[in-house]
Write a protein that binds this ligand. Sequence first.
Ligand code: C2E
Ligand code: MG
Ligand code: MG
Ligand code: MG
Length: 288
Amino acid sequence: AAKQDGRGCNRMFEPKMDLDAKRRTQLEIGLRRALQENELEMHYQPLMDVRSGTIKGYESLLRWRRGENDVLLPTEFIEIAEDTGLIVPLGEWIIRTAIAEAATWPENISVAINLSPTQMKNPSLISTVISALANNAMDPARVEFEITESVLLEESEVNIKTLHVLRDLGVKIALDDFGTGFSSLNYLRAFPFDKIKIDKCFVTEMETRDDCRAIIRAVMGLARDLGMKTTAEGIENQTHVDLLKAEGCDYMQGFLFSRPIPGRYLPRKDETAENRSTIPDELHEKGR
Ligand code: C2E
Ligand code: MG
Ligand code: MG
Ligand code: MG
């Protein structure tokens, strides 16, 4: 099975999820039903602006709620969605939902949406984004798409064109999980990303490993020289904050600030003291 994130940075050499055919078929059937029966929901994790100490936006993260206390994480089913092509309708639902929910937030708060390689290749992606923005009168500058290096590995010419078309709409583009794939510096030349997200495995190990700290420092310097912003994922304690601040990191994300939260508990632009909702303790994601 795929290793949990945060243990070592060489995830590209890991085998694909080790599921037998029966289990895969069950998950595929379940996922098809989940789309129809509204078992999917987006949770949102704050992206902190380090300098001001305020929330600058939220990353949208998919959840599959099969029962009240049975929530599947994307690492358990995204790969199957990719392999079966279900990621295309799923991805369309994600884009529409995340943009519609973000349109209810205060206007200075942005939303980040993950895009998988198969979604990138799909010709309907652009029209989905255009109509989601239009339907919600959403300022494109408040929307950011996160892609991983794998998007630049395959079909890179087509995908780079798509990235340019997306950006011409006014949205931002971030390079996610930087450092875990082949991390060719050419990828940073292939497209002028707005932001680089340093993978959490480097953050997790920066306290104990000088090499991780050196890599983080180098990526920060590179991003600065290329005019890109940086986010560090997996911030779990104050030492992480202090070390990354010292390296000049722009944004931080991690359990120290908040776990991903269901959309209905986020602040709204029309919020008053009366209609404000607080997050019940039992809804915080536990156990990871
Ligand atoms: P990602 O895009 O790198 O998202 C960050 C992951 O790190 C999330 O896991 C988040 O819950 C987790 N995380 C955040 N802070 C911490 C921390 O302090 N410590 C630790 N240990 N983990 C932290 P999640 O939600 O399980 O998602 C895993 C991956 O699944 C995502 O990695 C992304 O690649 C994919 N994914 C999630 N939602 C979507 C989606 O809507 N569409 C697509 N295509 N992929 C998605
Ligand atoms: Mg991401
Ligand atoms: Mg990431
Ligand atoms: Mg990651």
